[in-house]
Design a protein around this ligand. Structure first.
Ligand SMILES: Cc1cc2nc3c(=O)[nH]c(=O)nc-3n(C[C@H](O)[C@H](O)[C@H](O)COP(=O)(O)OP(=O)(O)OC[C@H]3O[C@@H](n4cnc5c(N)ncnc54)[C@H](O)[C@@H]3O)c2cc1C
Length: 394
């Protein structure tokens, strides 16, 4: 239906631009609420590469609502403990996931390879997912036309822009939004390392002076590592030199980090700038709405970007698939989601500033404060984060 007249929720033709975590979850939720979306993904194919990701309880509650949490859990590693440690390995803050997340919400955290998560979502979907379709622009938000780099166009009833931090769809909704960059670089890899049983279900972060590192096992034999440094190392000397520089930078980090870097393949180490978005003045215009990183890209320090993206997905899909007025669906979505996502983004930015501080005084004070944080405060925070998950009724 392209007339844009008197549509009903079930007939609504929804195009999702971007087939990442947010786009695939939006499509899955739309399907489960009875709609038939189409996903257009820029990449020419889904390939089993990339890094790991930590999915916190709120993400798993969304996946539970969509019936895929058990598959996500089985494809990754359910963690027992996550801890923040000082450079000498001493615990600063520990999260025993049984004591709040699992006992009260059924789900702790899962570390998973991104490609494995993608596979679970793709396998659960019936939707048409078209790859090699890079959106270049969306014209006329009231009667949207999505134009692709290959010269083709589609004219759906509604467009969801789930095309990430550099969203092309965002130009139609919030054209002035510009990403912000923190002066630091993050490196990631997944390497073949199996851990002794007592470490095989633990994730950890290490806060040291001028660097921030950590990771978690993503299956029995592979470990996901990330490390943040003040600037790119050996930027023009190739992958081997970069890995050598990373090994040198993290040689004193607690195990298994040096072991993971020893085992890493230079070709599998990804460098990314640390960027986020400011709070957008709007998340929708006409028949076009934004979700996930396209709406609220955040720094990775709270480990919540994907979790917030899947909360968006289920909230937006519920309104679009069950309400006849897309404006009401968008407004309800923004009411439910924008302040929460913006708050998490601000928290991640504050943690990022602390995590990447170059000041020895600040990093010492930060670690001391983390060690002194009362357990009940940390538990209340974790409980509130999980209890606040946006979960519409099925
Ligand atoms: C270093 C790092 C570590 C992180 N760790 C965590 C973590 O542990 N836990 C967590 O919850 N979050 C984490 N995040 C955040 C998380 O990765 C993102 O928030 C999440 O991937 C957002 O999903 P998305 O689908 O909105 O965007 P993306 O993952 O960016 O997906 C966008 C998709 O759209 C496609 N696309 C882009 N442009 C176009 C176009 N023009 N047309 C069509 N398709 C397009 C892309 O190819 C991609 O498939 C981390 C981020 C970083 C940088």
């Amino acid at each position: 239906m392209n007339s844009h007249d008197a549509e009903t929720a079930r007939e609504r033709d929804v195009v999702v631009v971007g087939g990442g975590i947010c786009g695939l979850t939006t499509a899955l939720a739309l399907e489960q609420f009875g709609a038939t979306p189409t996903v257009y993904e820029a990449a020419s194919e889904y390939r089993p590469v990339g890094a790991g990701i930590l999915l916190q309880t709120n993400a798993l509650l969304v996946f539970d609502r969509l019936g895929v949490a058990d598959r996500v859990r089985a494809a990754g590693v359910p963690l027992d403990r996550v801890s923040i440690r000082s450079p000498n390995g001493r615990p600063l803050v520990g999260f025993d996931l049984d004591d709040v997340e699992r006992s009260e919400f059924e789900y702790g955290a899962v570390a998973i390879h991104r490609a494995a998560l993608q596979r679970v979502l793709l396998d659960a979907l019936d939707a048409d997912v078209q790859t090699g379709k890079a959106c270049v622009r969306v014209t006329d938000p009231e009667q949207p036309t999505v134009a692709f780099a290959d010269g083709t166009r589609v004219c759906p009833d509604v467009v969801v822009g789930a095309d990430g931090i550099d969203s092309a769809v965002r130009d139609t909704v919030a054209p002035d939004a510009e990403t912000r960059t923190l002066p630091a670089a993050v490196y990631r890899t997944v390497a073949d390392v199996s851990l002794p049983a007592d470490h095989a279900t633990r994730g950890s972060e290490v806060w040291s002076h001028g660097a921030y590192t950590g990771g978690a096992p993503v299956d029995d034999d592979r470990f996901y590592w990330f490390g943040v440094l003040p600037e790119r190392v050996a930027p023009s000397q190739g992958a081997e030199a970069t890995l050598r520089a990373l090994r040198a930078s993290f040689t004193d980090a607690p195990e298994p980090i040096p072991r993971v870097l020893d085992a890493a393949d230079p070709g599998d180490v990804f460098a990314t700038d640390l960027r986020d978005l400011p709070s957008l003045p709007r998340w929708h215009r006409g028949r076009v709405a934004l979700a996930g990183d396209a709406a609220h890209a955040m720094l990775p320090f709270a480990g919540q970007g994907a979790a917030q993206a899947v909360e968006d997905a289920v909230s937006l899909a519920h309104g679009l698939a069950t309400g006849d007025d897309h404006r009401e669906a968008f407004e309800a979505y923004v009411d439910e989601r924008q302040s929460r996502a913006d708050a998490v983004r601000a928290e991640s930015r504050a943690l990022g500033r602390l995590g990447t501080t170059q000041s020895g005084v600040v990093s010492t004070a930060r670690n001391a404060a983390a060690r002194l944080l009362p357990g009940r405060v940390v538990r209340r925070f974790r409980r509130e984060r999980a209890a606040g998950t946006s979960l519409p009724p099925m």
